[in-house]
Design a protein. Structure first.
Length: 282
């Protein structure tokens, strides 16, 4: 996947330090970090687990490498250790508004029927945290654990791909069963099977967009795109180029799937899409 070599063998925990590599895909440079394996008790500091999980918390996407024979056990163990360190995998952030105040007591409101939590539970949890003045608004049906995560406010909600390696050593029936699981990819690094599809899924899960900029009267440089988050606007592009460009901005011309016609004159709030061309006028 990258030009960087990482030691691999049939023995577990071969990687002893974090090794960085770069995937060049669709004009983007995606950094891939090969971290040491996580053992049971990593969240409490065993095997330098806290340092490894701290690296995972800063990532945009986690690739959890598993083996077909013991993948479910490995998945449960790794998920448990990540959960203990505040990492939530493939789960959206709970839609809860929690605002701590100085006075006024506890204000409890809900926009949907709650089946997993009630006002008494909320007040009990807040009492345990010694919070006596707060405004709580539930916009979806959540659990007590989700409410605690909202209070803590330091949870990381990350996408995760479960990558089963060494699939050339299992049966077709077992391979078919694994491949049908959600957020799962089956590969063989040794034989190079399904690696290209894995890279495609990495790009999809990262939700990135390539945006090309051009000067007035010139052609865009398609060899050097700006890599933006999906859902970025023209304002985000301006800030990525220079912090003062937003203040001097007049309008922009947009070509691509986000434009209703070619070119379309747009403002700062215009949402760009993958492979759009943008010409900014200041």
């Amino acid at each position: 996947m990258t030009t960087t070599e990482s030691v691999a063998s049939a023995i577990d925990f071969t990687t002893l330090t974090c090794i960085a590599g770069v995937i060049n895909y669709k004009g983007a440079r995606i950094q891939l970090l090969d971290t040491p394996g996580i053992i049971q008790g990593a969240a409490s500091g065993k095997g330098r687990g806290r340092q490894v999980i701290a690296v995972a918390r800063t990532a945009d996407l986690i690739l959890m490498m598993l083996e077909p024979g013991k993948g479910e056990i490995q998945k449960r163990l790794l998920t448990k250790e990540l959960e203990a360190m505040g990492v939530r995998l493939n789960r959206p952030r709970p839609n809860i508004s929690f605002v701590e105040k100085k006075t006024g007591g506890i204000s409890f409101n809900s926009m949907v029927p709650l089946t997993k939590i009630n006002e008494k539970m909320v007040r009990t949890v807040l009492h345990e945290y010694r919070i006596h003045n707060a405004q709580v608004l539930f916009r979806e049906d959540v659990t007590v654990d989700d409410f605690i995560d909202a209070i803590e406010g330091n949870r990381s909600y990350l996408r995760c791909l479960y990558v089963y390696n060494k699939v050339d050593r299992t049966t077709v029936q077992h391979l078919n069963k694994i491949a049908r699981q959600p957020d799962t990819i089956v590969v063989s690094c040794e034989m190079g099977l399904n690696i290209e599809y894995l890279i495609e899924k990495i790009w999809e899960y990262l939700a990135l967009a390539r945006v090309y900029t051009k000067k007035r009267g010139s052609r865009p440089d398609f060899s050097d795109p700006m890599i933006m988050r999906s859902g970025s606007t023209v304002e985000d592009i301006c800030r990525a180029i220079h912090k003062d460009m937003v203040d001097k901005f007049k309008y922009a011309l947009s070509w691509g799937t986000s434009a209703k016609h070619m070119p379309q004159r747009v403002g700062l709030n215009h949402l760009v899409q993958d492979e759009d061309v943008v010409e900014i006028h200041t």
